[in-house]
Design a protein around this ligand. Structure first.
Ligand code: SF4
Length: 516
């Protein structure tokens, strides 16, 4: 028979905890504690309080900031979980001096301090610069699309939403009529009736919510003045396509310095399209370095190289770079196809298992269609006529005449597999016939950027983009666990994005800046 050490749960142990001894030098929490207490000016929060003569004393923003940043650094973004950590985890107890703020206080602090967080981001950036972590020579800009606290099912143009409300009203009317009919026949099934009553109530509420939204909000306009989809839960967010499907959220854009991957400017935008976002990002860098830092002043952009991927490529952006005298390296969508180093890249891509996609070279091209531009007609290789979709469609800097196959013809066509990009495609074939290339100054700018990117020096410079900016997103997503924004509204989401990127910068200070 083995013998074990005796134990007894009915006993009391007094454990003395010295909070200062819990925050050990060399740890992230020590750097954070030191930074907040010695380097940051938290008087920016004073305007939020009005209790100097009456009312309860508030929690010190230093305490809230420390525990929020420490929790975020461990991938905890829920206010309830942060509150629990302050009760149960000795490091959090020590950092918060055992003050145990309620989760609503923590949530209000995060969501209601966007302006102050922007200021703190700037102060942390100043510390990074003073420690020599910023090289000022090269900045890479990139964005990452993330879902926010918004529902994509509640998005659409105003017409879509009107249709949705009508559909819901029809469903409510259907239930009402059904109940009337059932009542005539005798007492209904109480369980079923209760369930349907609840369903009716939910639908009525939803319809009311849509109608209220439509009366209170104007149509959202895109950059080109066209209406874009609104969203009832968060109208600042956008429905966007990503490689992992469609999501409703924001694009968090970061400008990263090449020296130590410090984020010099971060901003969240309620759009999925990145072209047009480089200008505000450059303005943000300029403001951040506007005379505050040694040797920089206003010249920061004219002396640095700016790298961005093809998402940011547009004639307007390139014009802006030229006008401002900025040395930009912005790739165009086709730059890899011109780069001999990517010649064998397709070998390393996963092969499509099904034979659904056909080789682009085998697909019917425009030359296989009989086009009569004078009479605006087009006949496909199967002998079927196509209808004129648009006589002059402007795509980029080129004008096209667009024809479209009839759905019924394409559905039963024997040459479908040679004609459509994907045989699973539901729509009919579209053919764009080039009419003319517009002689625009933008063409010259685009060509010049192509030549710059394709040069040996350009490829060497642009090749550094991936190593500068992508590790930052990797750290934010994988280490800090930022998979989605938990707030609504661009201001609040922007605050959360700045908070996370500021945390990334504090990590840089902890690792490379101080020897505490
Ligand atoms: S898929 Fe449509 S457009 Fe193409 S050949 Fe067949 S009918 Fe013509």
């Amino acid at each position: 028979m083995p013998r074990f050490k005796p134990y007894d749960y009915k006993q009391t142990v007094m454990l003395p905890v010295d909070f200062e001894q819990q925050i050990l030098p060399g740890t992230f929490e020590y750097s954070l504690h030191y930074l907040v207490d010695n380097e940051l000016d938290l008087s920016i929060f004073n305007s939020k309080f009005n209790n100097d003569e009456a009312g309860r004393p508030a929690y010190d923003p230093a305490i809230l900031l420390k525990i929020v940043l420490l929790a975020y650094s461990r991938g905890v973004t829920s206010s309830r979980k942060i509150e629990a950590l302050c009760r149960e985890n000795v490091i959090f107890m020590a950092l918060s001096a055992d003050s145990r703020p309620h989760f609503t206080t923590i949530a209000d602090f995060i969501s209601g301090s966007a302006e102050q967080i922007a200021d703190l981001f700037h102060q942390v950036l100043m510390v990074c610069d003073a420690l020599g972590l910023i090289g000022h020579e090269m900045f890479a800009v990139d964005g990452c699309k993330m879902p926010s606290n918004a529902c994509k099912e509640w998005s659409g143009t105003h017409d879509d939403l009107k249709k949705k409300a009508k559909k819901i009203d029809r469903a409510v009317r259907f239930l009402l009529n059904k109940h009337r009919e059932e009542d005539k026949k005798g007492p209904p099934d109480p369980t079923m009736r209760q369930r349907e009553e609840k369903q009716k109530e939910t639908l009525t509420k939803a319809s009311r919510k849509i109608k209220k939204f439509l009366t209170e909000n104007k149509k959202r306009q895109g950059r080109r003045g066209k209406e874009v989809k609104s969203n009832i839960t968060d109208n600042d967010s956008a429905k966007m396509k990503t490689s992992h499907g469609v999501l409703q959220g924001y694009t968090g854009v970061a400008a990263v310095d090449a020296e130590h991957q410090v984020v010099v400017h971060a901003e969240a935008f309620g759009t999925g399209q990145e072209h047009g976002l480089l200008e505000p990002m450059l303005e943000g860098i300029r403001k951040a370095f506007n005379g505050n830092y040694h040797n920089c002043g206003d010249e920061i952009l004219s002396e640095a190289k700016i790298l961005a991927d093809s998402g940011f490529h547009s004639g307007q952006t390139l014009e802006h770079l030229e006008a401002e005298g900025i040395d930009g390296y912005i790739a165009d969508p086709g730059f890899r196809s011109r780069d001999p180093r990517f010649k064998t890249a397709s070998r390393h891509k996963p092969q499509d298992s099904g034979a659904s996609k056909i080789h682009p070279k085998k697909r019917f091209s425009v030359s296989d269609f009989q086009v009569d531009l004078a009479n605006k007609t087009c006949v496909c290789p199967a002998g079927n006529p196509l209808w004129l979709k648009c006589a002059k469609a402007k795509i980029g800097e080129r004008l096209f005449m667009q024809f479209m196959g009839y759905q019924a013809d394409c559905d039963r066509c024997a040459k479908r597999s040679q004609c459509l990009r994907d045989i699973r495609q539901k729509g009919a074939r579209q053919v764009n016939v080039l009419l003319e290339t517009l002689s625009s100054p933008k063409i010259g700018i685009i060509e010049r950027m192509k030549q710059k990117i394709d040069s040996v020096f350009g490829r060497h410079i642009y090749g550094q983009r991936l190593g500068i900016v992508e590790p930052v997103f990797g750290n934010l997503r994988e280490t800090l666990g930022l998979r989605r924004f938990s707030l609504r509204g661009r201001t609040k989401v922007d605050g959360q994005w700045k908070l996370m990127t500021m945390l990334h910068n504090i990590g840089k200070i902890h690792r490379y800046g101080w020897t505490l």
